[in-house]
Design a protein around this ligand. Structure first.
Ligand code: UDP
Length: 250
């Protein structure tokens, strides 16, 4: 079950199932649906830096819901997003998360620029897709296909599916950002499988998980403002929200 038109109704929030860095996931009275609450907490550098970004939960939920719809409609990729029962909250299809973080890069930045000793901002052709093991404990180490398969994190067929889905997500989301004057520099997505084994885009797409540069000024409008103490963090998140969802609250 996923996508618009099949929204669950009148769910009750059940026990907390999992608390992550940016979200809490609750069970509901339906085993196939989870209730996600977005938090204002912010972490960076594998949680060595911690803080709060006021209003982030509500803003990121709205941005992510919008982009999940875009991914479904324009990219043809099914997502876990079902609906937004309250600001900052989502009903999502319950999935088992694939323990492979998928990173898509159009320009060198962040840990990639540091790893290869290249200037941040250097364009990457072709677009780079990377796998990282989803493990906070280990600091999400990068891995190649053979490592992922040999260690049992994903099959070759699953990796092929993830690569195709990542390109489709990228085309849809980068195109949407482009329409509002934002360049998608890089981003991270996670996928999961529902009860029937179908692969769905999960987690979130937001300024927490994307690098976004204003096309006019080149200024970052994303979590790099928090990581690098650039100031104007709340304003940047709100600006991304405003551009994508003009007229919508908050
Ligand atoms: N990213 C993320 N969660 C992670 C690691 C990376 O959302 O655990 C995002 C990050 O915001 C950026 C992209 O993935 O948009 C690439 O991040 P990078 O590998 O350069 O790591 P970072 O410099 O953020 O540590």
């Amino acid at each position: 079950m996923s996508g618009a038109g099949q929204e669950p109704q009148g769910l009750r929030k059940g026990p907390l199932r999992y608390e992550g860095k940016a979200k809490r996931v609750y069970e509901t009275d339906r085993p196939d649906v989870h209730w996600v609450v977005y938090k204002d907490d912010a972490t960076a550098f594998n949680a060595r830096k911690r803080g709060t970004i006021a209003g982030k939960g509500i803003v990121n939920e709205a941005i992510s819901a919008h982009l999940m719809r875009i991914v479904q409609e324009r990219g043809g990729v099914s997502t876990h997003y079902l609906s937004t029962p309250a600001p900052g909250e989502q009903w999502v299809t319950a999935v088992d998360i694939v323990p492979v973080e998928v990173i898509v890069r159009h320009r060198a930045a962040g840990s990639f620029a540091a790893r290869y000793g290249v200037a941040a901002g250097r364009p990457l052709e072709p677009t780079v897709i990377e796998w990282c093991l989803k493990s906070d404990e280990l600091g999400d180490p990068p891995m190649n296909d053979a490592t992922a398969v040999a260690l049992g994190f994903a099959s070759d067929a699953r990796l092929a599916e993830l690569r195709d889905a990542a390109h489709a997500v990228d085309a849809a989301v980068a195109g949407r950002f482009d329409e509002v004057g934002l360049e998608l520099v890089d981003f991270k997505v996670e996928f999961g499988t529902d009860a029937s084994g179908t692969l769905l885009l999960a987690d979130e797409i937001s300024p927490d998980t994307c690098r976004l540069w204003d096309r006019a000024s080149g200024e970052p409008l994303d979590k790099d403002r928090f990581r690098q103490d650039l100031g104007g963090v709340e304003e940047a998140y709100r600006e991304v929200h405003r551009r994508l969802l003009e007229g919508a609250s908050p």
